[in-house]
Design a protein around this ligand. Sequence first.
Ligand SMILES: NC(=O)c1ccc[n+]([C@@H]2O[C@H](COP(=O)([O-])OP(=O)(O)OC[C@H]3O[C@@H](n4cnc5c(N)ncnc54)[C@H](OP(=O)(O)O)[C@@H]3O)[C@@H](O)[C@H]2O)c1
Length: 230
Amino acid sequence: MNKKICITGASKGIGLAEANLFAPTNELFLHATSLNSFKNKSYPNAHYFGYDFTQLENIDAFVKDIQQQTNSLDVLVNNAGLMFIEKFADFPDKDLHTLITLNLHAQLLVTKKLIPLLLKSKDPQIVFMSSMSAKNRIVGESVYAAVKAGIMQFAHVLRNELAGKIRVSTIYSWGVNTWNDTENAAILKPEDIAETLDFIISRERPMLVESIELGHENHWNGATAPWSPK
Ligand SMILES: NC(=O)c1ccc[n+]([C@@H]2O[C@H](COP(=O)([O-])OP(=O)(O)OC[C@H]3O[C@@H](n4cnc5c(N)ncnc54)[C@H](OP(=O)(O)O)[C@@H]3O)[C@@H](O)[C@H]2O)c1
C-alpha cells in the first residue's frame, strides 16, 4: 500500500493488531499514552508518540510532533479509547469525565487538528472506531454507548462536510477480545478489525465504505452482555 498511516491507541489491542498488519509496507505514526507503551516495538518505518489524551492540551503537542515528522498523512485511524462499565446511578464521576474526554472530545480535536495534514494527501481517509454499543441498549454501557453514538453521528456529518476531499468511514464492532476473556463471550479477534481496516483503506476512490458492522455468528443479542453488572 505504502501509505502514511496514523493510528491512535496503537500500543495494544485493536490498534496494535492494525500496526502489526500495516507495518511491513507503510509508514506508521503510532500513538499511545506514553512512549513506554511501545518499548520492545521496532517496526521498520514507524514514528512513536506518547500523549495522554485525557489532558486535551496534549493534543496540540501531539500534532506538532507529527508535523515535524511529515508534511502529509494518508490515513488517520481514531482508535484510542477506553471502556468503563457500570450502571449509570453508580457510575463514578471520574470515569464519566474520562470516557467523554478520551473517547469523544479528544477524537474530535485530533481529527480537527490533523485535517490540514490529511488534505495534503492525494487520497486521504479518516476511520473512526465506534462500537455496536452505539446502536444497542446494553445494561452498564450507558456512557460508553453515548460517546460511541456521538462518534457515529459526528462521522456522518463530517463525511458530508468533507465529501470529495477526505473519505470518512466508521467501524462498529461487537466485542473484540482485547482483554483476558474468561466469560467465554462470543467475541472477535483484534486481527479481524485490522483486516476490516485494511479493506476500508484499500478501496479506491470514488468507492467509500461509510460504515461497517462486525458481529459474531454466535453472539448474545439481548439487553445484557456477559460482562454487564448483575
Ligand atoms: N475491545 C472491544 O470489544 C471493542 C469493541 C468495539 C470498539 N472498541 C473500541 O476500539 C478502540 C480500541 O479498543 P481496544 O479494546 O483495542 O483498547 P485497549 O486494548 O484497551 O487499548 C487502548 C489503547 O488506547 C490507548 N489509551 C488508553 N488511555 C489513553 C489515554 N488516556 N490517552 C491516550 N491513549 C490512551 C492505550 O495506550 P496505553 O497502552 O499507553 O495505555 C492503548 O493503545 C476503542 O476506541 C474502543 O472503544 C473496542
